[in-house]
Design a protein around this ligand. Structure first.
Ligand code: OSB
Ligand code: MG
Length: 378
């Protein structure tokens, strides 16, 4: 252990809990890669002598959005990541990624563990995530991601409801066969002032460029991840063929990826999802790289509970997050959250100000939704 990583007064993690919870979504959420009806979430709790901290793993139940999935995340945490951390002694949050680096990939699993360590550290020091990350706003404007529906009238009802609730931006999930028509219908019904964007979750190929150009007249803020995760060059080629700005989600796993994508001209905007990139500290580095290049970023979402949402809202308050994020209110996802619910106020969510995440699971509620729990100790 290096001098840096052994950090003088850093409390060491005594024990670490892996806990699985299951929450029904208020409505099915359909994307080009599948339909989510419930959220099977892995939570991590790190206990030190000074405090306990929480991290939410954003991996979905199936490897459909990305190669990671929740059972694999639990396995790599149990067998590799948690033992490595417990064996390393006192590790400050900023050194967790270094300790975990010998394990390749598994960024969502690593992010959850780093977040729990950071939360424990900040709670012990009485500092908030927002303060630690560099938040400059008290509250953030929120967008909402609207799934693929069975019909256009059903979509218009859903979008109308979200606009009535005050959401500042609408994102439509698209796929071949559900793209130009729903966008046209939303523009016709709700007008040109609505901030509108689309997310394809890799459902197209470069051969679809002429079709995607049919979205150009609708003045979309961006089209998110039209092509495959590993097709950064394809996105650069597509950018020359359509006017709508391209935003990357799945393709960006690190600040280095973001720098390369920007240099290649593959994106003009970046969706920052802390889980996808290995944690909030790497997410902040992506923010910094993008800001240096004048590339706007926004905070993505993975249908988080209040725990993950608290940290996302803190991140979204950094100065380079100039577009509304997928940081919707708790009620957009869950009838009952596991924390005090995040409630929309005039299209905004407040950045938590309490120590660490500023929220914690409500014990009875957590117990209600728990499906499994195990403790690991050094
Ligand atoms: O691509 O942004 C995405 C949800 C799960 C997996 C991938 C994505 C999404 C969303 C919803 O779009 C974002 C949210 O509201 O949490
Ligand atoms: Mg996306």
């Amino acid at each position: 252990m290096s001098e840096l990583a052994s950090g003088g007064s850093t409390p060491r993690p005594r024990r670490i809990e892996l806990r699985r919870i299951r929450l029904p979504l208020v409505a099915p959420f359909r994307t080009s890669f599948g339909t989510q009806r419930t959220r099977d979430v892995l939570l991590i709790r790190v206990v030190t002598d000074a405090a306990e901290g929480w991290g939410e793993c954003v991996a979905l139940a199936d490897p459909s959005y990305s190669s990671e999935y929740v059972d694999a995340a639990a396995d790599v945490l149990r067998r590799h990541l948690v033992p490595a951390l417990l064996a390393a002694g006192p590790v400050p949050a900023h050194a967790v990624a270094h300790v975990l680096a010998p394990v390749k990939g598994h960024r969502m699993a690593k992010a959850a563990l780093e977040t729990a360590v950071l939360d424990a550290e900040l709670r012990a020091e009485g500092r908030s995530f927002g303060r630690e990350l560099g938040a400059v706003h008290r509250r953030v404007p929120c967008g909402v991601s609207v799934g693929i529906m069975d019909s256009v009238p059903e979509l218009l009802d859903a979008v109308g409801g979200f606009l009535d609730e005050g959401y500042a931006r609408i994102k439509l999930k698209i796929e071949p066969g559900w793209d130009v028509e729903p966008v046209r219908a939303v523009r016709e019904r709700f007008g040109d002032e609505v901030l509108l964007q689309v997310d394809a979750n890799t459902a197209y190929t470069l051969a679809d460029a002429r079709h995607l150009a049919r979205l150009d007249p609708f003045d979309l803020l961006l089209v998110e991840q039209p092509l495959a995760e590993d097709d950064v060059l394809g996105h650069a080629d597509l950018a020359a063929l359509i006017r709508t700005p391209i935003c990357l989600d799945e393709s960006i796993g690190s600040a280095r990826d973001a720098a390369a994508a920007i240099r290649l001209g593959a994106c003009r905007i970046v969706n920052v999802k802390p889980g996808r990139v290995g944690g909030y500290l790497e997410a902040r580095r992506i923010h910094d790289v993008c800001a240096a290049h004048g590339v706007p970023v926004w905070c993505g979402g993975m249908l988080e509970t209040g725990l993950g949402r608290a940290a996302n809202v803190a991140l979204a308050a950094l100065p380079g997050f100039t577009l509304p994020g997928d940081t919707s209110a708790s009620g957009r996802y869950y009838a009952a959250d596991i924390t005090e619910p995040f409630v929309l106020d005039d299209g905004h969510l407040d950045v938590p100000t309490g120590p660490g995440l500023g929220v914690a699971p409500v014990p009875d509620r957590l117990a209600e939704v728990t499906t499994a729990a195990e403790w690991l100790a050094g």
